[in-house]
Design a protein around this ligand. Structure first.
Ligand code: NCD
Ligand code: ZN
Length: 484
C-alpha cells in the first residue's frame, strides 16, 4: 500500500521570495501535454508553476504526493443539489462534501427545483442561497417552460451559458416541454442568445402511448420495457432535426443506448454542433443489475443492456462522448421504498463518479495504462465541460495561471463502497459492495484543501464561489483526440 499523504510545514527554506501557500511534491501531474513527474506550486488560489522533482521551495504548507496522480479538479456539469425546495433529499452542505470527496471542485447544478430556475434574473438569488454552504465552486443551468421561453433571450453569460430542456420526466421535472411549437421556439431563442441546450432527450409522447397501452411498470424487471430505448431514440431524432433547422448547439445528456451514440457521433461527424454526455451508472450497470438492485438503480433514462453498455464504453474510449456527468439525483430511502411506479427515478453519484469511471476503464480497456485512463478522465471530466460551459478561462486543466483545483488520486489501492462512507444527504449508494480500483486522497479547490482522506469527517471551508463564465464557442468538432 502507498504511504499516507504527509502534510508538513514549510521547513525547507528556499530562495528569499514570498513562500508559496501550498506546494505538492512528487506527483504525476495529468496536464494537457501529458503526465509530468514533479510538483506544483500554488499562491493566492492559482497554480503558479510546475516544479521539477528536485525543487522544494518554501511554502506555508507542503504535501508529499507519494508518486500519486494529480488531476485537475473535476467539473461535474450534471448535479441535482435540490436547492431550493427539495432540501430534504439533498442540500449544498452534503452535496458539496460528496463532490469534494469525489475529487469534484466545480459543479453545474440542474434547475428542476421547487420552484425551478426559469428566470435568468433568479440565478443571483439562487447563488445567494448557496453562498457560505458550498465547498466547491458552482454555476447553474437555466430551466425553461414550454409556455413562455422568452426569458432565455435575457440571459447573460454571468447567469447562464446553458439551458436544460426536459422532453420527458413526470416525477422530477415540473417543466416538461411537450409542444413541438414551443420546442422550436426554444431552439430559436437559444441560438439567438448563444445558449447551449442541455437535453433530457426522452420522448414524453412515446411513454404516454405505452403507458396507456400497458399501464405503469409493476416490477423493476419491467422498467426498461415501459421506459424503453425507443423513447430516447425518437427524442434524439427530433432533436437532430431541430439542430439542423436552427443551428442551435446541443449537449444531449445521459445517453443510454447504442443507437443514440451512433446518431450523435454521426451528427457531430457531419458537422452539426452536437455533443453528448454519458453517466457513470450507465457505464457501470446493466438491466440485470437494475432487476437485482431495484429502486436504487432506477433512473431516467433507464439502465439498458450489455450491448448498449459496450457501445457507451466505446464512445468514451474513442473520444466520441464529450463529457461524463454524474446526474447526481438523490432521493430519500423512504421515497425509494415506494411501490415501483411511485419510486422517483434518480440516484446519487457525484462522490462515486471518478472511482467508478476509473474502475470501469481498467476493466473495459485493461491494455491501456492507468495514466492514459486518467488523461482521458481529465478531458471528459474537466477540460471538456470547462470548454462547453465557458469556464475554461479559470478551470478544467492543470495549467499555470488557472485556479489551483486538484485531485490527488491513488490508482493502486482498491477500496469497498459502503453507504456509511457516502456524504450525500440521502445516505445510500447504488455501488454499495463494489470494489473500486482507485481512490481520491486529497481535493484542493483554489489552493485550499477541502477534502483529505487521512482526516476523515473534516472538510475545508464552505466558501465555494459562484463562477462567472464567458459565452462558449460552438465547436463543430468538439470531441477531443481519440485514445486508442
Ligand atoms: C432526475 C432527478 O431526480 O432530478 N432523475 C433522474 O432519474 N435522472 C431528473 C431527470 O433527469 O429525470
Ligand atoms: Zn439529471
Amino acid at each position: 500500500m502507498p504511504e499516507p499523504v504527509r502534510v508538513t510545514g514549510g521547513k525547507h527554506a528556499g530562495p528569499a521570495e514570498r513562500p508559496y501557500d501550498l506546494v505538492l511534491t512528487d506527483v504525476r501531474a495529468v496536464t494537457p501535454a501529458g503526465v509530468i513527474r514533479g510538483g506544483v506550486a500554488v499562491r493566492d488560489g492559482v497554480l503558479l508553476r510546475f516544479l521539477s522533482a528536485e525543487e522544494l521551495p518554501r511554502a506555508a504548507r507542503t504535501v508529499d504526493g507519494g508518486g500519486r496522480y494529480l488531476l485537475p479538479g473535476l467539473i461535474d456539469s450534471h448535479v441535482h443539489f435540490r436547492t431550493p425546495g427539495l432540501t430534504y433529499k439533498e442540500d449544498w452542505e452534503h452535496g458539496s462534501r460528496a463532490a469534494a470527496a469525489g475529487g469534484v471542485t466545480t459543479v453545474i447544478d440542474m434547475p428542476n427545483t421547487l420552484p425551478p430556475l426559469l428566470d435568468p434574473a433568479d440565478a443571483a438569488r439562487k447563488a445567494a442561497m448557496v453562498q457560505g454552504r458550498s465547498l466547491v465552486d458552482y454555476r447553474f443551468h437555466l430551466g425553461v417552460a414550454g409556455g413562455d421561453p422568452s426569458p432565455l433571450l435575457d440571459a447573460t453569460p454571468r447567469e447562464a451559458t446553458s439551458v436544460k430542456v426536459f422532453l420527458a420526466g413526470h416525477h422530477t421535472a415540473p417543466t416538461v416541454v411537450r409542444d413541438p411549437a414551443s420546442l422550436a421556439r426554444i431552439f430559436g431563442y437559444a441560438r439567438e442568445s448563444g445558449l447551449r441546450l442541455v437535453l433530457h432527450a426522452e420522448d414524453d409522447g412515446v411513454f404516454e402511448l405505452l403507458d396507456n397501452w400497458t399501464g405503469a411498470p409493476g416490477r423493476y424487471l419491467d422498467y426498461e420495457r415501459v421506459r424503453p430505448r425507443s423513447g430516447a431514440i425518437v427524442a434524439v431524432a427530433k432533436v437532430l432535426e431541430l439542430v439542423r433547422r436552427h443551428g442551435t448547439a446541443v449537449h444531449v445528456l445521459h445517453v443510454s443506448t447504442a443507437e443514440e451514440a451512433d446518431l450523435l457521433a454521426a451528427a457531430a461527424h457531419a458537422g452539426l454542433p452536437v455533443t453528448f454526455e454519458v453517466t457513470p451508472h450507465h457505464l457501470s450497470f446493466t438491466a440485470a443489475d437494475s432487476a437485482r438492485i431495484g429502486a436504487r438503480a432506477r433512473l431516467s433514462p433507464a439502465i439498458r443492456h450489455e450491448r448498449d453498455q459496450r457501445r457507451l464504453w466505446e464512445a468514451v474510449l474513442a473520444g466520441q462522448a464529450t463529457t461524463i456527468g454524474s446526474d447526481h439525483a438523490p432521493h430519500t430511502r423512504e421515497e425509494k421504498l415506494r411501490p415501483v411506479a411511485d419510486a422517483p427515478p434518480g440516484l446519487p453519484g457525484v462522490q462515486e463518479m471518478l472511482p467508478a469511471v476509473f474502475t470501469g476503464m481498467r476493466r473495459h480497456a485493461p491494455w491501456q495504462s492507468p495514466g492514459t485512463h486518467l488523461e482521458l478522465i481529465a478531458r471528459l471530466l474537466a477540460a471538456n465541460p470547462a470548454d462547453l460551459f465557458g469556464i475554461d478561462g479559470r478551470k478544467g486543466r492543470l495549467l499555470p495561471g488557472l485556479d489551483a483545483d486538484f485531485v490527488l488520486f491513488d490508482a493502486d489501492t482498491p477500496w469497498m463502497v459502503t453507504g456509511a462512507a457516502m456524504h450525500s444527504k440521502c445516505g445510500w449508494s447504488a455501488y454499495e459492495g463494489w470494489t473500486m480500483a482507485g481512490q481520491v486522497r486529497l481535493t484542493v479547490r483554489r489552493g485550499q484543501i477541502i477534502y483529505d482522506a487521512d482526516a476523515p469527517g473534516t472538510f475545508g471551508p464552505p466558501d465555494g464561489r459562484w463562477l462567472d463564465a464567458a459565452r462558449p464557442a460552438t465547436p463543430a468538432h468538439p470531441t477531443q483526440g481519440a485514445v486508442r
